[in-house]
Design a protein around this ligand. Sequence first.
Ligand code: IMP
Ligand code: MG
Length: 430
Amino acid sequence: MSKVDVLLGLQWGDEGKGKIVDVLTPKYDVIARFQGGPNAGHTLEFNGIKHVLRTIPSGIFHPEKLNVIGNGVLIEAAIFNDEISALREKGVEPTENLYISKKAHLILPTHRMLDAANEQAKGNAKIGSTLKGIGPAYTDKIARTGLRVGDILEFDFREKYELLKMQHMQTAKTLQFDIKKFRIDGMTLDQYEKRWMDSLDTLRSFKLINSEYFINRCLRGGKRVLAEGAQGSMLDIDFGSYPFVTSSSTITAGVCSGLGVPPSAIGKVMGITKAYCTRVGSGPFPTELFDETGKKLCDVGHEFGAVTGRPRRCGWIDIPALRYACMLNGVTHLIVTKPDVMNDFDEIKICTDYIIDDKEVDEIPFEYNEVEIKPRLQSFPGWKQDLSDFKKFKDLPLNLLNYLAEIEFQTGVKIMAVSISPDRKDVLFR
Ligand code: IMP
Ligand code: MG
């Protein structure tokens, strides 16, 4: 019986998960997504080409590997269809090696409308949602009113669809949302619905399975399975900076419910963190920089959302948040990405603790969104060197190794690899 290794983000998303999964894929037989949906944008770069994946696991570029979209994931049919077309344009044919759980829930066009309606109704308290319908679709799942992938094979699918759509239209009216003015990719709701319905054929052309049986059979057969997380631990529905979170379990626990594997089947837990920190959308971010340094992190790090194009908020690495994420996930191995963004920094800082009301705090407070948090910062000299020619972890500049050693010391978890460029060849394993 083999185990499921887990790879997930320890911050607010965009830690570089897609790229690391792609690099790790040769060691695995099956790559599985367990939560989230097209709010994710996993960017991979190789041979000078850049790919962004939304719902599909990042193992898809390896034709001999199986990729599974688990029951915990949400699928928006039209976005999925676009994703498949983009892969085919690049010569990747995913029909044979992509399996989809029949229990994965569907995002309807009206879920996307409700996302926009909810955000509008919140006014200044906006979450900054990617507006892909994530919150409303998970709401229907929990309310037991959702539609699942398996339902598209049933004769009465359209009937069920219309019923749910009607409920959504009523909710939008209650929220005083202007349905007529609403657009998705420049299309009216009716136009987009047609595209979405047509896209169901693409979805039907894939292997729709009971993925929990499939994965457990793989494990019994000794196959190596990697669970690929989306978003980040600080966006987790339970433990993130609620309500400024996404609507799924982004932590290791989500692997069990999102794939149907028991906790005893979890193996290594690999947590990814950037060498600094970013966040898209609203919510607390104690180490955020509003100065030139923050702007530089954004510019040099190309910190713009892969899904929305929004500039990401940038700041120093946040150790209290990182320790919290390591605890919640049971991280056994750390992976650090993007130190190269700070190559010409004279000074690099780490937030070791929070100061709240003049008191030192090392826990994430319940009142995360309300209290004023001052980060206690420790300063490190920069390495002031281009990293592009480094081939071995141990040869990295001493100041960078010292910086990484401090992250290990603070979190109590060993770093297994560091990524020093967007390319898959530049991940240095220890
Ligand atoms: P939603 O999941 O689209 O509703 O967005 C909720 C919050 O999570 C917003 O602040 C988003 O910016 C953030 N978010 C969702 N998905 C991602 C992601 O893949 N990377 C980074 N932030 C994300
Ligand atoms: Mg992303």
